[in-house]
Design a protein around this ligand. Structure first.
Ligand code: PGA
Length: 247
């Protein structure tokens, strides 16, 4: 189907200038593997410096505001992030949905704002442990995806990340069968909204405790087109086997 694998580190609230050598080392790893698209979504304070570091990894942000400008103390617009050197941003990460109360409508609006500023977007969805235990997680997450999906969603600027909330930072992951079923369901949901052709071209990443030990098995699943990686992306040593697993 020809979807190029996409492997993105999410550094969350980690990283000072002292970690720029890690950014450079990860950029060097990415340059060795042109078949894989590699990026780092960094704290906004590092975007400008990191985007000047040579290497094969793109630099992204972790969130943006849905408005272009205005009285929103502490927030950053997509244009500001693009000007600083970001080429991608995450939207709708579960930590923001939970900690900042972001709704599906907010997430869709942020994705549109990012696109308007020329950023590509990783849109995150995923279920809580209660939902997973109750059964029917595929239906819940598919509904969340459709409610968060921006107008004009297309594979050339948007990727989806499926991140079970209970797998993030916990070392636990779903069974391979559960990941396979979820990614298949999400692609079917996308097809229902944007058509089969566009849905087949769109990358659906897995996220949540992906690391050097499980990445190869996860990325061998047909509808898993890469990973969104937190803890295991913080150093080149930990990230290297994840990038290698992608190709
Ligand atoms: P984790 O985080 O890899 O540390 O579980 C993933 C994420 O939250 O994007």
């Amino acid at each position: 189907m020809g979807r190029r694998k996409l492997v993105v580190g999410n550094w969350k609230m980690n990283g000072l200038r002292a970690q720029l050598p890690e950014v450079e080392a990860i950029g060097a790893l990415a340059a060795e593997r042109p078949a894989v698209e590699v990026g780092l979504c960094l704290p906004a304070t590092l975007i400008m410096a990191a985007s000047q570091v040579k290497g094969g990894a793109f630099v992204g942000a972790q969130d943006c505001h849905m408005k272009d400008n205005g009285a929103h103390t502490g927030c950053l617009s997509a244009a500001m992030l693009a000007e600083a050197g970001a080429s991608w941003t995450i939207v709708g990460h579960s930590e923001r949905r939970q900690d900042q109360g972001e709704t599906d409508a907010d997430v869709a609006a942020k994705a549109l704002a990012a696109r308007a500023a020329g950023l590509k977007v990783i849109l995150c969805v995923g279920e809580s442990l209660d939902v997973r235990d109750a059964g029917g997680a595929e239906d819940v997450v598919s509904a969340q995806l459709l409610a968060s999906l921006p107008e004009g969603a297309a594979a050339d600027w948007l990727a989806i990340a499926y991140e079970p909330i209970w797998a993030i930072g916990t070392g636990r992951i779903p069974t391979m069968e559960a990941v396979e079923a979820m990614h298949k369901a999400l692609r079917a949901a996308l097809a229902s909204r944007i058509g089969a052709g566009e849905a087949n071209a769109m990358r659906i990443l897995y996220g949540g405790s992906m690391n050097g030990e499980n990445a190869a098995e996860l990325m061998a699943i047909e509808d898993v087109d890469g990973g969104l990686v937190g803890g295991a992306s913080l150093t080149a040593t930990k990230f290297a086997p994840v990038i290698a697993a992608a190709g």
